[in-house]
Design a protein around this ligand. Sequence first.
Ligand code: CP
Length: 310
Amino acid sequence: MSELSVNHLLGIKYLNKKDIQLIFETADHFKEVINRPIKKVPSLRDITIANLFFENSTRTKLSFELAEKRLSADVINFSASQSSVKKGETLIDTVNNILSMKVDMVVMRHPNPGAGVFLSQHVDASIINAGDGAHEHPTQALLDSYSIRERLGDVKGKKVVIVGDILHSRVALSNIYALKLQGAEVMVCGPKTLLPKYIKDLGVKVETNLRKALNWCDVANMLRVQNERMDISYFPSTREYTQQYGVNKALLESLDKEITIMHPGPINRGVEITSDVADSDQAIILDQVENGVAIRMAIIYLLASKIKHV
Ligand code: CP
């Protein structure tokens, strides 16, 4: 039987091509399950999962919780803002206290890059990174690639541009790793100030002109400007950013071909994307969210099958 090459999902950079194929094939099965009248399977009845969120989330938190419940796992939720972290408890103490309640798997979002790797080296549980600072967001990249595969038939050979605040984006880095592993061509596009200096080392094309980037690509993944991670100004004004790097219907209609629009959410309507694009048939934003549940069910199922027979 096929299994993942890893015991944790800490980042796309630790996966290989076969892992991604296995996750997608397993997600195909779970996507069929969650579209049945009875959306639940008993696979993980003996597994307990803790969702630890040290940073805000809507989509990822709800998607993981739903995925776990659809697999019949027992679920506990932890939010740092309502916990003893506020009283000075360390990450390892917090997690070891939770694990002593017989928890098998930890899903963690944390503001510090590498928090998941650190935890995996110090606690005895399977760890899933649900976003670590500006580093990686592996489940987002997997659901993004899965959605491209669903819309365009395959990821291999497709041209994907990631637009906007690349510098502060964990979605961008995980997407670059995932897309390149599957044989896609990747470009990043944004103001020079929001493109990391090392970015070309990752084997991506770089473009600062949005129209040129959109005319090149099959898929544009629009990123939010992450003001919460900025301590200085990276562009003169939001209005100017939108003029240079926002997509609207008129711009898309003036291109040589019809392209697919993606966005990981949360959207800032009218900044990086207008409502007439976000709500159009060209956008697969809500498909991404739907696919997120199937992808997370697949990952949890595959990792759980490595810790005990399911
Ligand atoms: N895409 C994403 O990670 O959204 P949340 O921050 O709402 O989880």
